[in-house]
Design a protein around this ligand. Structure first.
Ligand code: KG4
Ligand code: ZN
Length: 338
């Protein structure tokens, strides 16, 4: 069984083909970051229009890469939500129409389930149950994962998502969009002892996060300190250390509460090297193990959608011909494939 995955929830057009026998056959991606950079963030209408322009050329490219014909595809998985509604609609209509024209099933995939299952594309893949830290531009979630579709939300951000906080702080430091990777790079040259940012919501019980205060703290620090390169790097480092520390504290707490022995990190912020290293150290100290996808599958991609679609399609009936796109959709609303 070969599944074509289509991701268009935000500013990346990603396609991939997953084969039940051989695993991932090919994946292609077009990132719109250069297009949105001049506006300092994603412009939804431009995102949708660009997805429409890219989908057919990317489909041709991936078929060539995988040395396959359209007739070799057995099913289509498309990102159905959450995300930007217009952007979601492009991939959803394209995927649904393609499947209809080929007489094959199409399945609507939850973007965060895609992120959550992305580490399954690696070897060794984590076994169920595990704790998942999902950290992207739009979400910060701690989830207890018992099986496919059995997700219990343990905690989430009460305000900004972790990636959003990275992006906004990066903007304050004069870095280009998307800020996360740029801030992490600047932080490499930073002195970790010059500034200390607060660790929000760690001094009280619970597994929720808050990042908007860190952004405000960064704003005051930037405004009250000199503007030289070393100061900017020192602020970036202090911000990154605070985010990483908060996540390690909450993940440790979640492992304690649940008794789980495996932890998965996924989503764009999961590409952060300092976060990966700190979580690995914490997990190993507790005799637990950390799993994560390769860097390119941390940020949005088609491979995670093809895989999640494949997993669900094995057990789920194809359903009707509806084009499904929903901007808001909680990961704990999902149910196991029937
Ligand atoms: O998962 P993703 O590609 O898109 C969403 O579903 O939101 O995540 C994008 C987010 C952006 O906020 C970006 O700045 C952040 O992930 N990000 C990083 C790094 N790479 C990407 N944040 C911190 N460190 C990184 N290395
Ligand atoms: Zn994402």
């Amino acid at each position: 069984m070969r599944i074509l995955g289509i991701e268009t929830s935000c500013d990346e057009t990603g396609l991939a083909i997953y084969d039940s026998e051989c695993g991932l056959l090919a994946h292609v991606l077009h990132s719109q970051t250069d297009m949105h950079a001049e506006y300092g963030g994603v412009v939804p209408e431009l995102a949708s229009r660009d997805h429409i322009r890219r989908l057919t050329p990317l489909l041709k490219k991936i078929l060539k890469q995988a040395e396959l014909e359209l007739a070799d595809i057995d099913g289509v998985a498309y990102t159905s939500g959450p995300g930007l509604l217009g952007a979601l609609l492009t991939g959803a209509s394209y995927g649904r129409a393609l499947a209809w024209s080929l007489g094959i099933p199409a399945i609507a995939v939850h973007h965060m389930e895609g992120h959550l299952l992305a580490p399954m594309l690696e070897k060794p893949a984590p076994e169920f149950p595990f704790l998942a830290l999902l950290v992207s531009g739009g979400h910060t979630l701690l989830v207890e994962v018992d099986a496919i579709g059995r997700y219990r939300r343990l905690g989430e951000s009460v305000d900004d998502a972790a990636g959003e906080a990275f992006d906004k702080t990066a903007q304050l430091l004069g870095l280009p969009y998307p800020g996360g990777p740029a801030l992490a790079k600047l932080a490499e040259k930073g002195n970790p002892t010059r500034y200390r940012f607060p660790r929000p919501m760690t001094d009280r019980p619970g597994l929720d996060f808050s990042f908007s205060g860190l952004k405000t703290f960064a704003l005051y620090t930037v405004n009250n300190e000199p503007r030289d390169d070393q100061t900017r790097a020192d602020i970036a480092r202090a911000f990154e250390d605070a985010v990483v520390d908060v996540m390690v504290i909450k993940c440790r707490r979640a492992l304690e509460q649940t008794g789980l022995q495996r932890i998965v990190i996924a989503g764009g912020v999961g590409a952060n090297q300092r976060l990966r290293a700190a979580l690995k150290e914490m997990a190993e100290k507790r005799g637990a193990r950390l799993f994560y996808p390769r860097i390119e599958f941390c940020t949005d991609n088609g491979a995670m959608i093809a895989y999640a679609g494949y997993v669900r399609m094995q057990h789920q009936s194809p359903g009707d011909l509806q084009i499904r796109a929903q901007a808001r959709w909680g990961v704990d609303e999902l149910v196991p494939p029937a």
